[in-house]
Design a binder for this molecule. Structure first.
Ligand SMILES: [Zn+2]
Length: 343
């Protein structure tokens, strides 16, 4: 399996405050891990900046211009949690563009799957607003690009970050060409992602929210994946699988209240690879979202890449018995999406 990797030192030039959880140290550590890793089966895909037109596939022109205006300025506060430093615009354009390059590499058959190890992250970014450490919505720009440049009409986005991807949900809420499935801690930031948010109009049923309670672990997440993510995705039959890969559900994460381990991330990755392999020749592309315990993040990313390469670090298992809470969550999700998906 050839895994495409996007990395670039420009992503270290988006400077937040030292005490900010989303800081360059996250990628410094991941890149050091990559340097140590056996390069067999890895191919580096060079990033490029997304163009203004590409960003505007998902973002308001005025918003793109406003972010462009932060170029060279010491610090611009974009939202209570989100800042731009002098080179943040450049980094954000390269984050979205890096993901687009990964898409091109996958669509042309150069790689099967891939991981864009970029920052700033993207899934909270709305079409006209920065939010929650995110500037441009890398995964949403990618999905729009797949529609426009490749004519795809069945794009699956799975978001296993701790937080709900409000920006991604809103981008595709009224559309059936993109199925958005998210697991996230609830109630929690940003407050969206309840069961009853299933899409609207044409898009009804094409947003699937799995709000997980505090403290859920590998078994609970794998159960939700087995019961909801897998079956709904297979009914949808995606032409490509995009993943908002956040690792703030890790038990060590300072922002999260979940108890997922490296083994759980391996299991989720394996299930997503199986969906991609059954539906779309294995095409699966990940974009890095959250994950704020640097060591846990690095180990988790390594585990995922090893899984993608076909050299897993863990024996496959189903994670044991899910909790009663997870079973209840899953049954509520099934109830909410029953009108749209016959599971
Ligand atoms: Zn997050």
């Amino acid at each position: 399996m050839t895994v495409g990797i996007v990395r670039d030192d420009i992503y270290l030039q988006h400077i937040t405050d030292d005490f900010h959880p989303e800081n360059p140290r996250r990628l410094v550590s991941i890149y050091a891990m990559l340097d140590e890793m056996d390069k067999n089966g890895l191919v580096y895909v060079p990033a490029r900046p997304a163009t203004r037109e590409e960003l505007a596939l998902n973002h308001d022109h005025n918003y793109v211009d406003m972010i462009c205006g932060t170029k060279g300025k010491m610090q611009t506060r974009l939202d209570p949690d989100t800042v731009a430093s002098p080179r943040s615009y450049e980094a954000a354009c390269m984050a979205a563009g890096g993901f687009l390059e990964l898409i091109d590499a996958s669509m042309s058959g150069k790689i099967v799957n891939g991981f864009a190890l970029v920052r700033p992250p993207g899934h909270h970014a709305e079409s006209g607003r920065s939010m929650g450490f995110c500037i441009f919505n890398n995964i949403a720009v990618g999905a729009r690009y797949l529609e426009k440049s490749y004519g795809l009409s069945r794009i699956l986005i799975v978001d296993f970050d701790l937080h709900h991807g409000n920006g991604t949900q809103h981008s595709f809420y009224s559309e059936r060409s993109v199925l958005y499935i998210s697991t996230h801690q609830y109630p929690y930031y940003p407050g969206t992602g309840w069961y009853d948010e299933v899409g609207q109009g044409q898009g009804k049923g094409y947003t699937v929210n799995i709000p997980m309670s505090y403290g859920m672990n590998d078994a609970d997440y794998l159960y939700a994946f087995r019961e909801i993510v897998g079956p709904v995705s297979r009914l949808f039959k995606p032409e490509i699988v995009l993943v908002s890969a956040g690792f703030d559900t890790h038990g060590s994460d300072p922002l999260g209240g979940m108890a997922v381990t490296e083994r759980g991330f391996a299991g989720m990755t394996k299930m997503l690879m199986e969906i991609a392999s059954d539906c779309c020749g294995g095409k699966m592309l990940l974009a890095l979202e959250g994950g704020y315990h640097v060591t846990a993040l690095t180990n988790s990313v390594k585990t995922v890449i090893m899984e993608m390469k076909g050299t897993p670090l863990y024996d496959s298992d189903e994670g044991g018995e899910a909790s009663a809470g997870a079973m209840q969550t899953v049954s509520k999700v099934k109830e909410a999406i029953k009108p749209y998906w016959s599971l």
